[in-house]
Design a protein around this ligand. Sequence first.
Ligand code: GUN
Ligand code: FE
Length: 457
Amino acid sequence: MPVDGSFGVKGTTFDAPDLGQVRIREDALVVIDAEGSITQALESDDPGYAETEARLRREGSLTVLGEGQYLFPGFIDLHIHAPQWPQSGTALDVPLAEWLNTYTFPLEARYEDQRFARDVYGSLVESLLANGTTTAVYFATTHLPASRILADLCLQRGQRALVGRVAMDSPETCPDFYRDPSARAAIEDTRALIDYVNGLPGNSGLVRPIVTPRFVPSCTDELLGGLGDVVGETGAHVQTHCSESDWAHGYGLERFGRTDTATYDAFGLLTRRTVLAHSNLITLDDMDTIVAAGAAVAHCPLSNAYFANAVFPLRESLDRGLHVGLGTDISGGPATSIRRTMTDAVVASRMREDGVDATVDPSRRGVAGSRVTLAEAFWMATTGGGVALDLPVGLLSPGYAFDAMIIDTKVEDSDLLLWPSLDTGSDVFEKSMHHATRRNVVRVWVQGSEVRSVTGR
Ligand code: GUN
Ligand code: FE
């Protein structure tokens, strides 16, 4: 092993420095320092390539990708409800408000039980890592002890994570069995989780706290204002749901006479480090407000098909420079992988472009120019997620954390098949993003630490 703890990975890499373009580097040499940050990403004609490769080999610290293996940045999932993991794939038959009351609040209330929390959260972190999700942004529940357990598990397993203790105190929309007893109690617990996560032994920023008002309907003015103060004092990240469905959006409009975006802004909750989930019904003015704040949207296309009543205006948002990344929204979205979410984003945009009602004239059926490409979706799944969080993740470039995965196209029992005589580099990218499953994700690193390694060949 090298004296300084650095190591290298050599092989073909895919990442997306610019929206809409996939960078493909054959035989790239990525050098990572002892802190897990990328110091160099050399191509074979760069000066120093041969010497660096020789040194790493000599020191026994070079991983060379095998035939059919490719290096990708890890995925960034901007929106996950950790406690909803046990109902992923079920409970998709009713609209949002009914879904919350019938299925979701009763399930989330169970996290009073810390053993149940440990069991579920351990399983979720493992599954996400296996799918290549190296950064996860989590809603936990209102329970402080269970929220701490989620942060502990992420740190132990080495997953980069933002963990939020959910705040929800409105007696009008939250049931008696699952509600913060007061705004003050919710604010105190929010501060307590921030202090706990920041003070976790061995945590040098891998796991971070995130202030989490559930959404406008579930929070009193006092709670929204108090959490805004916490954000102002601590500079912590923020996450919430924004203008998700006709009902949720309409509730905020009726209560405040303004959109959710304007409400969050008024309460000090719209910052450079805010992630607004969904945002399907935002207006063009809202987009300007979000762009001015430097805040981000977590686009969750699969969940939106069940709960949002409309398709998020993704093209317009990207074209305005609004920060957009992707979220599974487990369990509103019944899928675990952001790779799947990428293709869902493309499909939703194509259906929005063409429209859906065959009886309507094609000229008026859809929203012209709505489509996004797979390369744009890949940017959102990686680079865009990093931009949204204001963290140096998502790219295989110097200065970024080495959060990465190897996708192996030669594992057994896989539908990811290449025909080397036909497939170009860009074909390898498209096939990988359409067909890879967790079987193909054979090795995962977060901040330079290997967090998963399997052999599927
Ligand atoms: N709005 C408020 N809570 C939730 C939730 O848990 N999931 C989704 N999709 N929307 C919400
Ligand atoms: Fe959600």
